[in-house]
Design a protein around this ligand. Structure first.
Ligand SMILES: C[S@@+](CC[C@H](N)C(=O)[O-])C[C@H]1O[C@@H](n2cnc3c(N)ncnc32)[C@H](O)[C@@H]1O
Length: 183
């Protein structure tokens, strides 16, 4: 579903990033098991809240920030202007090269996408991950229906659950955080 944010929404998100960046987004980035040289995909990067911390973790790697919204992607460019290891990708449907990423993550993205789109998007994301690569998401727990759709699709697409936990995120409430690896 295509959606462009209003200036106020971008401003408020930037404010939240300044106030809660470490407690909300860095905690997620810190959980990603990365060594520093990986190729990573941030699907639904928004203004680069998580990407800002992930880019620091992979100084010898490359982070692809993908979003359906041009406005969010432009805001992301501003957030990440000091990093050189970023590729920006504006796309409606992820047409990604097969087995090109060591890890792909989604932070508060999948729960908002209708089931019929998730049926196309999740397999495409998984195809883009290398064998033994990682698929990680953190999604709010209040939408239990979409969480079960996400779990079903990950299960049907060659992923093995490595780690899962429920976490209480400041301001945002309970979320499910799961790390899968590809067989
Ligand atoms: C709630 S925001 C989360 C942004 C960021 N991950 C964060 O946690 O701050 C959801 C983002 O997903 C993007 N998005 C939604 N559907 C998408 C799709 N089908 N493909 C790519 N991006 C999408 C939106 O444009 C928006 O930037």
């Amino acid at each position: 579903m295509k959606y462009e944010p209003a200036c106020l929404e971008i401003f408020l998100t930037r404010l939240a990033f300044l106030l809660f960046g470490k407690s909300v987004y860095k905690t997620f980035a810190d959980r990603l098991p990365l060594e520093g040289g990986e190729k990573v995909l941030d699907f639904g990067c928004g203004m680069g809240t998580v990407a800002y911390y992930v880019a620091k973790k992979i100084p010898h790697g490359q982070l692809t920030c993908l979003d359906i919204s041009r406005r969010w992607l432009n805001a992301c460019r501003k957030t990440l202007h000091s990093f050189r290891n970023i590729i920006y990708m504006h796309c409606e449907f992820p047409e990604l090269e097969n087995e090109s990423f060591d890890a792909a993550y989604c932070h508060f993205v999948l729960h908002d996408i209708p089931e019929r789109e998730l049926e196309r998007i999740i397999p495409a994301l998984i195809k883009s991950i290398k064998p033994h690569g990682l698929f990680i998401f953190r999604e709010p727990l209040n939408d239990t229906e979409n969480i079960s759709v996400i779990k079903r699709l990950t299960g049907q697409n060659n992923l093995i659950l490595k780690n899962s936990r429920i976490t209480d995120i400041p301001v945002m409430g309970n979320a499910l955080e799961s790390i899968y690896y590809k067989q």
